[in-house]
Design a protein around this ligand. Structure first.
Ligand code: SOE
Length: 395
């Protein structure tokens, strides 16, 4: 079997999880690694056993043997790298947020379309088995019409003013931090699961740390919690630690959620609650195999992931039998498997978030920032382009 050859651009937290995840897909080989320097790329490639490495990703784009790239670099590099890769005819899977502006994201959507290349925005969190189960319950009408949605995406890894990562530097990250980093995941999930569109937002953003202590060395995502940097510069901060957002999803459905990177004890708590006319569902990423189902006239239930008990259409997202947990890592495998199916066969169904979905999240983000600065509701534009994906059928 001839393997599809792919290159991973970026050697941070995401570069590592992507490299490991790609290897779980049988017909794909991580052929090369690119980083900001040859030394960095070689060190990473040696650790993970990848033959080829480079400090200049453009050399990989010239190689006709490389079919696809994963863009796992800081946000500000997503656009130039993905654009160059598409221009070179490579299929692109890009980390979220897709870009640092709506304009860049729109160009990426247009270019991928014009070149007819597979394109994925890595909103992987939709693909936990229990999240897919809620989605299919909703499609089957088991929750009824949705009255309201609520929840949070809360973390604590940026709680102290000594916590640092490239995301805090807006020149590498873009003008929004907490919302772009994790709020976009929440919105993507809620739209995907409910099939509804966020139509207006009223947001309040807060930066608790007006300055932070930037260590003189570099710090990996989440790793700052284990280091005690003594040598630092005090720098002003222009991105938010926290956001609270009220939502309208069409004329009837309402919602509210918070986003925080300073909530002690909350490690990676993406929680969604959906309240419908017939029943409710609540799920929390910190306990991914469990799903709470609420009823008015019968006892509530907590169901545990077990492929034999999942909705038929959600079953392909669970690979292991009940009692064998499937988590964050496994969502990568689920997306990669589906992405590479469409790379191998351009007529295969698209079962992942595309660039157009990443653009959508940047449009919501834009309105969240506008609403917070104006202290007013802001309307989110209806998408011009509907994804050609499975998501269309759900909406
Ligand atoms: C950091 O906040 C981060 O790694 C995000 O970038 C991911 O998208 C999220 O899944 C976990 O947290």
């Amino acid at each position: 079997m001839r393997k599809i050859k792919t290159a991973v651009l970026g050697t941070g937290f995401m570069g590592r999880v992507h490299t490991e995840g790609i290897r779980r897909v049988g017909n794909v080989e991580v052929a090369a690694i690119a980083a900001s320097s040859q030394e960095k790329a070689r060190k990473f490639a040696d650790e993970l056993g990848v033959e080829r490495s480079t400090g200049d990703y453009r050399t990989l784009l010239k190689d006709p043997e490389i079919n696809a790239v994963h863009v796992c670099t800081p946000n500000a590099l997503h656009f130039p790298m993905a654009k160059a890769a598409l221009e070179a005819g490579k299929h692109v899977l890009c980390e979220k947020p897709l870009a640092t502006s709506v304009e860049e994201a729109q160009q990426m959507v247009d270019l991928a379309r014009a070149k007819n290349l597979a394109n994925c925005t890595f909103h992987n969190l939709r693909y936990y088995p229990m999240v897919q189960h809620i989605r299919r319950m909703r499609e089957a009408g088991e929750l009824g019409d949705i009255y309201c949605v609520q929840g949070t995406y809360s973390q604590d890894w940026l709680l102290y003013d000594t916590d640092w990562n490239w995301r805090i530097d807006s020149s590498a990250n873009g003008r929004s931090r907490a919302f772009a980093d994790i709020g976009t995941h929440w919105c993507d999930m809620i739209e995907h699961v409910t099939g509804l569109r966020i139509t207006s937002v009223c947001a309040d953003l807060q930066t608790f740390h007006k300055t932070r202590k930037r260590p003189k060395g570099s710090i990996e995502t989440f790793a700052g919690k284990m280091s005690k940097p003594e040598d630092y510069d005090v720098v002003p901060i222009d991105t938010e630690d926290y956001a609270a957002v009220l939502l309208r999803l069409g004329d009837r459905t309402r919602g509210a959620f918070t986003v925080s990177q300073v909530s002690a004890g909350r490690k990676n708590r993406l929680a969604i609650e959906i309240y419908g006319t017939k029943g409710s569902a609540a799920w929390d990423q910190e306990k991914p195999d469990e799903l709470w189902l609420g009823q008015r006239n019968s006892p509530n239930q907590v169901i545990v992931k077990d492929p034999s008990l999942l909705h038929e259409k959600a079953r392909s997202y669970a690979d292991l039998p009940g009692g064998h947990s499937e988590g964050y890592d496994d969502t990568f495998k689920q997306v990669f498997r589906r992405f590479y199916r469409t790379v191998a066969d351009r007529s295969a169904a698209v079962e992942y978030a595309q660039f157009v979905d990443g653009l959508r999240q940047l449009q919501i983000l834009d309105k969240v920032l506008e609403s917070s600065s104006k202290h007013a509701w802001a309307d989110v534009p209806a998408p011009k382009l509907e994804p050609k994906s499975e998501q269309k059928a759900a909406r």
